[in-house]
Design a protein around this ligand. Structure first.
Ligand code: WT7
Length: 566
């Protein structure tokens, strides 16, 4: 069966036209992600299949078939056109993970708009920066977020429409509209905008390490990558119940929380509530989730809460687990195998790549702690940072780079073509991450370029230190950063959070130091451990080492608009 082909078989004769053919796309055709994720699935005869099974934090549930999604996204597309909005205009979605967000995403694409999803948790300043940069014309939001929009409205002359999806009778100001997706007349037929491969689709703001956030500009042709990677890497099959933890405010939540599953005609479940181990397990059990796409930050919390909780639930529906966003510690892979009987498969990619680029392919032997191998059709390597040449022998740490040309690479940064051009060196797209490649072609993550620690001229990646720390039973999470040192320029300092039931004291620090000493080279040994109640993280769950680093150096922390505020 073609669906069960192994990695080596997929590599042979790979061409993206495999994906084009499956999607019925030929060069020069129109291609519209909104249409492909709804109308096409209905045309194939799956209109009555559930597309979205949704639940909020109170347990209230709703379910939408592919036909519902088709019609409701038409309804939104028609509404947006009737407001006078035109193809190419930026339309922001600023909502919690409610059905309007998922369906609105397709609706905007269907009318040719550029959809700009932003985390509903952003404060007014962060929101303003991104709406101002994109010169956004309209924003969909919820009643509770209207005050944030009102606060900045005067400074956004291009923002003509504020659309509130749950206003229900509450007073609105000029330029604010009430739109209840499920209450307005349903639009059965809508002439989908004839977008072409290179027509802009999604604008995702990604936070650089310093400076202003950048608008990563995707095009409709990205579908070709997203469809096939979702099918092959997430191993999606027709009867799957798929759960992606990510919020569509970041790229995992769109590439694999909307486009990937829906272009494959898969049923997906969404839980609009924060992290809670028991709640999550109950959700998996209730909906019989089969494929789960999560992130190390969540997995470490699940580990912290232990295997006893796993034993209390029936998670036997789970078939395939994947992870993205941060390095997946070996310990997490081993733990998940023990706890769920399934390892998490690491997947590596970026907002800019649009799709998974290096991964532990289903069926491929997993080396715990490794990111796996390039997706077929991707040429990935590591470059010597001095001259951007490929290393000729395995095992050396360099810059992860990709040969441009896969369908979902962004086409530019909004208003910032120079920033985009700077990502390319010597014919390679350079990711800004470091890794080594072993003799079997597996990639081993070392760290983000700017998180790498230079101690006495030796580069040390935070990942190996944090992974060693995580193996200690008391450690819940950790972050290793550079701290200034008169002799070595930089030395390693580790920030550590503890699991419940452990207390901070000198004995514990000594014990942890002794524990990792056996695992790490002397260079990588932290000179200091600081116990902290929590680590600074982005809203998508990434540990922000640079915030800790800046504290150590007394430097400005740079852009922190994506920092989680709790
Ligand atoms: C950065 C991209 C693509 C969705 C993730 C968020 C880090 C991502 C891994 C992984 C180690 C990873 C990298 C990358 N990252 N996946 N499997 N192992 N690091 O996208 O917000 O653009 O972040 O996340 O540093 O460059 P993003």
């Amino acid at each position: 069966m073609t669906d069960q082909l192994m990695y080596e078989d997929r590599l042979k004769g790979f061409d993206w036209s495999i994906s084009e053919k499956e999607l019925g796309y030929r060069k020069g055709d129109t291609i519209n992600i909104g249409w492909h994720c709804s109308d096409r699935i209905c045309k194939l005869g799956h209109g009555r299949k559930p597309a979205l099974i949704w639940e909020d934090f109170l347990g209230t549930g709703k379910s939408f078939t592919y036909d519902d999604v088709r019609i409701l996204s038409n309804t939104i597309a028609r509404y947006v056109c009737d407001l006078g909005l035109k193809p190419g205009e930026r339309i922001c979605l600023f909502m919690d993970r409610i059905p309007e967000l998922y369906i609105g995403f397709l609706g905007v694409l269907k009318m040719g708009g550029i959809v700009q999803p932003l985390f509903s948790a952003f404060g007014d300043e962060s929101l303003w920066t991104r709406l101002n940069d994109a010169k956004t014309s309209a924003i969909f939001t919820q009643k509770k977020y209207v005050p944030k929009v009102r606060k900045i409205r005067d400074k956004l002359p291009e923002l003509r429409h504020v659309i509130v999806v749950d206003a229900a009778g509450s007073p609105l100001k000029e330029g604010e509209h009430s739109f209840a997706m499920e209450e307005v007349p349903r639009v059965d037929h809508f002439d989908v905008f004839p977008s072409m491969a290179e027509t802009p689709s999604v604008l995702h703001y990604t936070s650089g390490t310093t400076g202003q956030p950048k608008g990563a500009q995707h095009v409709h042709y990205s579908l070709i990558s997203q469809y096939l990677t979702a099918k092959w890497v997430l191993d999606l099959r027709p009867d799957d119940i798929y759960w992606c933890n990510a919020d569509p405010g970041w790229v995992t939540g769109t590439s694999y929380g909307i486009i990937g599953p829906w272009s494959n005609g898969i049923t997906q479940v969404v839980l609009d509530s924060g992290f809670n181990t028991e709640r999550w397990y109950a959700f998996i059990q209730k909906h019989r989730v089969t494929v789960w796409y999560s992130a190390p930050t969540a997995i470490r919390l699940l580990m912290r809460d232990g295997k006893d909780l796993v034993a209390k639930c029936d998670l036997s529906s789970l078939r395939h687990l994947c992870s993205v966003g941060e390095p997946l510690n070996a310990e997490a892979v081993i733990w998940s195998k023990e706890a769920y009987g399934l390892p998490f498969h690491d997947t590596f990619w970026q907002t800019e790549t649009g799709c998974i680029v290096v991964t532990n392919f289903p069926g491929m032997p997993i080396k715990a702690g490794s990111m796996g191998r390039p997706f077929p059709g991707m040429t990935a390597t590591v470059l010597d940072p001095k001259n951007f040449e490929q290393y000729d022998a395995p095992g050396r740490v360099g810059l992860i780079a990709l040969r441009p040309g896969w369908p979902s690479l962004i086409r530019t940064y909004w208003n910032n073509p120079t920033g985009y051009a700077n990502k390319f060196k010597n014919g390679w797209y350079v990711t800004g991450d470091r890794a080594s490649i072993d003799k079997d072609g597996y990639f081993w993550f070392v760290g983000r370029d700017d998180d790498v620690i230079n101690t006495g001229g030796h580069l040390v990646g935070p990942f190996e230190i944090e992974s060693a720390l995580l193996e200690h039973p008391a450690v819940a999470e950790s972050a290793a950063v550079a701290k200034p040192d008169p002799v070595n320029m930089e030395v390693v300092k580790a920030f550590v959070t503890l699991k419940k039931g452990y207390e901070v004291n000198d004995d514990l620090e000594l014990e942890i130091m002794n524990f990792i000493r056996k695992k790490l080279s002397p260079l990588a040994m932290p000179q200091e451990i600081e116990f902290v109640p929590s680590l600074p993280k982005t809203r998508s769950g990434k540990i922000m080492r640079r915030v800790l680093r800046a504290q150590e150096w007394g430097e400005p922390v740079g852009d922190i608009s994506t920092l989680m505020e709790d």
